[in-house]
Design a binder for this molecule. Structure first.
Ligand SMILES: NC(=O)c1ccc[n+]([C@@H]2O[C@H](COP(=O)([O-])OP(=O)(O)OC[C@H]3O[C@@H](n4cnc5c(N)ncnc54)[C@H](OP(=O)(O)O)[C@@H]3O)[C@@H](O)[C@H]2O)c1
Length: 330
């Protein structure tokens, strides 16, 4: 028989056991072009909380009565697909069940000699790739910079900090509890780790990052994000990878919604005009030409006399100006 875990109902807030249901069905028969995989490993990942909900997101929710989604590793026990041989070990999105049938799309062969096959779901799989790409493509740590990562002992966070160090940066983890922090420092070799469950989090993160933070790899959101935020240095980068502390929220938190940043892959970057000083010549040439060509229009709000300046300035702060406010002195 094929044991399966189905989504029975959608949770409101934190999920419970009653949202799941165990079912037993006959082991499926692979059709023409398909393979039957007997799972040996199944991944559990935070994203599954999102799939239990039908809120609009970047991926389709699991339907009620459907098998919960999961990455799996297993052996091909029957093959009717010329691309796969029986006995091969594969990684696929097989779901929370003992067996899965697949047409081979998205199925990756795993070399059991290269590493324990379970790593295809962890450091050599989706979480490892998430850490590698998020850190190097968005975080772009430079030598001697400070990289802070939350959920530091976990699948993604552990890899982030270690790659940061390989790139010559200082790695500071944030993790829950003493044992996790000790592991992050002593076994993973991070430069420091702060326990987010102990009091005075903000103060302890500040102490661990005396030169501020250049990359904050965001895995959790919530209180940890609040503690980290004021310590970000000029031009810091924040790969928004996950917000696990907020996955069970039933109402949006105040302020800009980081779920929008994550789900829609927004780029948000502050700037001060002089960051682009090297573009000044382009600006003058383009805008000057567009003005001469009549492609740009402008409006001035002219106040006459220096003595009118204070009142006009106060008006500007209340929206009383209409167009670029200038004072005509003579
Ligand atoms: N964007 C992507 O494509 C992508 C891909 C994979 C994963 N992710 C995200 O990356 C993050 C880490 O995933 P993972 O697979 O590596 O999981 P993980 O870190 O192995 O496990 C989740 C960890 O999150 C922390 N956590 C849970 N609730 C928390 C809370 N309320 N406040 C602070 N920390 C809390 C816990 O660690 P502590 O006890 O140390 O706090 C927990 O062990 C998740 O947010 C996940 O959704 C994103």
């Amino acid at each position: 028989m094929n044991r399966q875990i189905l989504l029975k109902s959608r949770p409101t807030g934190a999920p419970g056991l009653d949202n799941f249901e165990l079912a037993e069905r006959p082991v499926p028969e692979p059709g023409e072009g398909e393979i039957l995989v007997r799972h040996s490993w199944m991944s559990l990942d935070p994203y599954m909380r999102g799939r239990m909900s039908d809120a609009r997101s970047y991926a389709k929710p699991v339907g009620i009565g459907e098998v919960m989604t999961a990455g799996t590793v297993g052996e091909v026990v029957r093959s009717r697909n010329p691309g796969f041989r029986e006995g091969e070990i594969v990684q696929l999105q097989g779901g929370w069940q003992d067996y899965a049938v697949s047409d081979g799309r998205g199925v990756r062969k795993v070399d059991p000699e290269a590493a324990p096959v379970s790593t295809a779901l962890g450091i050599l799989g989706m979480p490892g790739m998430t850490a590698y790409c998020g850190l190097l493509e968005i975080g772009r740590p430079k030598p001697d910079e400070t990289v802070v990562v939350s959920a530091a002992s976990g699948a993604v966070g552990a890899v982030v900090g270690q790659i940061a160090q390989i790139r010559g940066a200082r790695a500071v983890g944030i993790a829950g509890g003493e044992a996790k922090c000790r592991y992050v420092k002593e076994e993973l070799g991070f430069d420091d780790c702060v326990d987010h469950r102990a009091p005075d989090l903000a103060l302890r993160v500040e102490r661990a990052c005396p030169k501020g933070i250049d990359v904050y790899y965001e895995n959790v959101g919530g209180a940890v994000q609040e503690a980290v935020w004021p310590l970000l240095n000029d031009f810091a980068r924040v790969p928004v990878c996950g917000l696990i502390a907020q996955y069970n929220d039933t109402t949006p938190r105040p302020g800009p919604n980081f779920f929008t940043v994550l789900r829609k892959r927004l780029t948000i970057r502050g700037f001060i005009v002089w960051d682009f000083a090297d573009k000044e010549e382009d600006f003058r040439s383009d805008v000057g030409r567009w003005l001469r060509e009549g492609k740009l229009r402008y409006r001035e709000d002219v106040v006459e006399g220096l003595e009118k300046a204070p009142e006009a300035f106060l008006g500007l702060l209340q929206g009383k100006n209409f167009g670029k406010l200038v004072v005509k002195l003579r």
